[in-house]
Ligand binder design. Structure first.
Ligand code: NAD
Length: 487
């Protein structure tokens, strides 16, 4: 029998389709949950409205709410290994990576607990006989819709600030990965977050996701996922004049100048594209190399790529696990075939690995492609797999023109010893995040936001809390006499 889900504070069987979590390393079933139906959405939102308006939550003092978030962080920490293993089963990421993701989820709850209890309203300069203030209130019921690639981290990244801000949250995880989201819901309840404040509703995006977003009592949506879905959500939200945070796809450039520390750059490029088996929004999937060092750099990159440990996600040493599903791997294969038809040359990879039990899982080898231009399909479209397209450049202007010639603007890596050049080029790149001589480093205290088709609205950082709130101005009259106009 399929496991229950969290609807308005109660664990019960959803009335929708069963949602199955498949272990991508061998195709076995990790779990089945009774997915939500549109009626379950209505029940969860009704409970959320009631729980959010309850003075016990609405008027809870910030330091008390922070204490609950710290407790969530403590429980995540106590169950660190179990959660890391669950995340591995849910999406096949190597255990080394899921352990780091769980640790970051605990840190996220702690950070937003601290942000909550230290956030201050402002007294603004008045221009008359009154005291004026700018204050913040919760948005109300918030929809949090997340993808499958790093669920424990992306769920926490929405739950923690939304709860810190005093909202109720309807969390809808991706179809591939329902298990960790449900566990986070359980932990929130155990930590003392009132029933009804968090619901976790697995189900198809086009049915359950839509039902949540279109519900009249849902007042904000925070979405992480693909750009096509994000645009559809933006349209639905516009009909309700509902604020959105959209963290969408990417096609991020990694740039290597001729004065770069080559061993640092090789490791950084490899980590940037092949960690998470390339299933990362910020994957450095377009590699721009100064023509002066292009051949030598590619030789070093290919040699290092051949040494990557692809394999069993349970093994502590594994660097690259499988793709999320057979269908996703087929889409990667179609892109590599397209690269071939457009004149690309596969320097390494470009196939499923064989032996070692690889046949059972959805593995795809780390792949480097050369011989294309930035206009090619694989340089323009997000593959979301372990495929990097290498492109030479001639000087800064050529580089910037190519790097910015993309609908996306999520992140960029830049390798050079020249800090003046890093600053000059970094300022001209159209992306929300710049990494100089590093890649894929993240801090919960530093805002993260996409430009262009990579989204809008920021997460993380102290302002990440305010993005789940509405601003309200107060004017306190200090007149000793009635307002003269009416006399
Ligand atoms: P997706 O857009 O297919 O799905 C994301 C979520 O949206 C899932 O929960 C899905 O069920 C739901 N959904 C789908 N259609 C919906 C609809 N019509 N209404 C409401 N919800 C709907 O994305 P995915 O395949 O799960 O994830 C991969 C994508 O996510 C990639 O494009 C990747 O770049 C992006 N991503 C972005 C970030 C970021 O922070 N910018 C982080 C991780 C992943």
């Amino acid at each position: 029998m399929a496991d229950p889900i969290l609807i308005g504070g109660d664990w019960k069987a959803g009335q929708g389709d069963v949602v199955t979590s498949i272990y991508p390393a061998d195709g076995s079933v990790s779990g089945e949950v009774a997915g939500a139906s549109p009626d379950d959405v209505n029940a969860a939102v009704a409970a959320a409205v009631k729980a959010q308006a309850d003075p016990g939550w609405r008027d809870m003092l910030p330091h008390m709410r922070a204490a609950l978030l710290y407790r969530v962080a403590d429980i995540i920490q106590e169950r660190h290994e179990a959660l890391a293993q669950l995340q591995r089963r849910d999406n096949g990421k190597p255990i080394m990576e899921t352990r780091a993701l769980v640790a970051s989820a605990a840190g996220t709850f702690r950070y937003f607990g601290a942000a909550c209890e230290t956030a201050e309203d402002e007294v603004t300069p008045s221009r008359g006989p009154y005291l004026s203030m700018s204050t913040w209130e919760p948005a109300g019921v918030v929809a949090a819709i997340t993808p499958w690639n790093s669920p424990v981290a992306s769920d926490a990244q929405k739950l923690a600030p939304a709860l810190a801000a005093g909202n109720a949250v309807i969390l809808k995880p991706a179809g591939h990965t329902p298990l960790v989201a449900l566990e986070l819901g359980r932990i929130c309840l155990e930590a003392g977050i009132p029933p009804g404040i968090v619901s976790v509703l697995p189900g198809a995006g086009s049915v359950i996701g839509n039902a949540i977003i279109q519900h009249p009592d849902v007042r904000m949506v925070s979405f992480t996922g693909g750009t096509t879905t994000g645009k559809a959500i933006a349209h639905m939200a516009a009909d309700k004049l509902m604020p959105t945070i959209l963290e969408l796809g990417g096609k991020s450039p990694t740039i290597v100048f001729d004065d770069a520390e080559i061993d640092h750059a090789v490791n950084g490029v490899i980590f940037g594209i092949f960690s998470s088996a390339g299933q990362s929004c910020i994957a450095g999937s377009r590699l721009f190399v100064d023509r002066a060092i292009y051949d030598d750099f590619l030789e070093a990159l290919v040699a290092k790529t051949r040494t990557l440990r692809v394999g069993d996600p349970e093994d502590d040493r594994t660097q690259m696990g499988p793709q999320i599903s057979a269908a996703h791997r087929e889409s990667i294969e179609a892109y590599v075939a397209r690269a071939d038809s457009e004149g690309g040359k596969v320097l390494v990879g470009g196939a499923r690995p064989s032996g070692n039990g690889f046949e059972q899982g959805f593995y795809y080898a780390p792949t480097v492609i050369d011989g294309l231009t930035n206009a090619s399909t694989v340089a323009q479209e997000e593959i979301f797999g372990p495929v990097v397209v290498a492109l030479p450049f001639d000087g800064e202007d050529d580089l910037i023109a190519q790097a910015n010639d993309s609908v996306y603007g999520l992140a960029c890596g830049l390798w050079t010893r020249d800090y003046r050049r890093a600053w000059r080029v970094g300022r001209r790149i159209q992306s929300g995040t710049m990494w100089v001589n590093t890649y894929k480093q993240f801090s919960i205290s530093t805002p993260f936001a996409g430009w262009k088709d990579s989204g809008w609205g920021a997460e993380k950082g102290r302002l990440g809390l305010r993005n789940y709130m509405r601003q309200k101005s107060f004017y306190w009259g200090l007149n000793d006499t009635p307002i003269p106009w009416a006399d």
